[in-house]
Design a protein around this ligand. Structure first.
Ligand code: BTN
Length: 327
């Protein structure tokens, strides 16, 4: 569509003036067609100023996703080398789960501009509004069946934390096991799911789903969630951030799988773990109890001390920071 090609050029020249004539000749259309596209782009939420006798300047974007920009910024060898973009989808994780994964490449990535049934842990809903977040899933084919899913979630959390810090220049914090926080509110959730192979009944494919709030945060979750835009005032970084998350994830995943650098990954994770020393509610499968967080062990399990002084290594379930008040 012409409007997307116009926006792509303005995005690349963001902050600079591009003349109507330049756009028309680059795209092989009339100036009038360019003017009409600019009009539609404005209606879609992009702030484009027309400078008299000069040209157009993109001030604020509605943060359109461009596969081409993401691909240009990828430095990976296999993560995201095959990538599929959707304007809308039920859930990127679900989409990969429903595919016949025998023909899918290791590192295949699905990105969507919105999700109508985005899922979080424990089957909770993950609100995924159009243009307002990054919703992506990475499919991994494991070489060894024993590779630990919890550690893959930890790799993803470290990748997202590093990517946000690099691209947005803000400090992130991690809440075990899969939430990234900024300024005391959740900015990203990660859902890692395994697929059992039909014949072998063994775990050989894992889907890592990542949801990052980048734009407006819906009112219903405004007390517990935040976004890149809310913290930095900046919009228009989704393409860059998607690429950086994938770039970081590949390095960290290979550090874990091939380069035996698990300890370094855990060390970074622990450096961002803001719950150390705090009292939390541990929500186990059978019962809940209050405990103090001591850190995480080499397997990524949360180490806590309960109120009778017993040390426990938690591998499943989740924790709450403020009970009676979902956070
Ligand atoms: C959580 O907060 O409990 C995890 C949220 C995970 C959301 C992501 S968005 C992309 C992928 N598709 C989904 O349906 N969920 C994950």
């Amino acid at each position: 569509m012409l409007k997307n090609r116009v926006l792509y050029i303005l995005e690349q020249q963001k902050g600079n003036i591009v003349t109507g004539g330049q756009l028309a000749s680059l795209l092989g259309v009339s100036r009038n067609a360019i003017w009409k596209s600019i009009h539609v782009l404005r209606e879609n939420g992009n702030e484009i100023v027309a400078i008299p006798n000069s040209g157009y300047k993109l001030m604020i974007t509605n943060d359109t996703l461009f596969e081409k920009i993401v691909q240009e910024k990828l430095t990976t060898t296999f993560i995201g080398r095959k990538i599929e973009f959707f304007p809308t989808i039920h859930s990127t994780n679900q989409y990969l789960k429903e595919m016949d994964n025998t023909d899918i490449d290791n590192g295949f990535v699905v990105v969507s501009d919105e999700q109508t049934s985005g899922r979080g842990r424990r089957n909770r809903k993950f609100i995924s509004c159009k243009h307002e977040g990054i919703y992506l899933s990475i499919l991994l084919k494991l070489h060894r069946v024993s590779q630990d899913i919890r550690l893959l979630t930890i790799c993803a959390a470290v990748a997202v934390s590093k990517a946000i810090e690099k691209i947005c220049n803000i400090k992130t914090e991690i809440k075990w096991v899969n939430d990234i926080y900024c300024d005391g509110k959740k900015i990203c959730g990660i859902l890692t799911e395994a697929i059992l192979s039909a014949e072998l009944q063994e775990l050989n494919t894992v889907i890592v789903g990542i949801g990052i709030n980048t734009g407006n945060v819906p009112l219903e979750i405004n007390n517990i969630a935040t976004s890149i835009q809310e913290i930095t005032g900046i919009r228009g970084i989704r393409n860059q951030l998607i690429a950086e998350v994938l770039n970081q994830f590949e390095v960290i995943y290979l550090d874990y799988i091939e380069r035996e650098k698990k300890d370094e990954i855990i060390k970074y994770y622990e450096s961002r773990l803001f719950i150390v020393g705090r009292q939390v509610l541990v929500m186990g499968i059978n019962y809940n109890y209050i405990a103090t967080v001591l850190g995480i062990d080499k397997t990524g399990a949360l180490v806590v001390k309960d109120d009778i002084g017993d040390i426990k290594h938690i591998t499943t379930g989740e924790i709450k920071l403020e009970w009676g008040n979902e956070k």
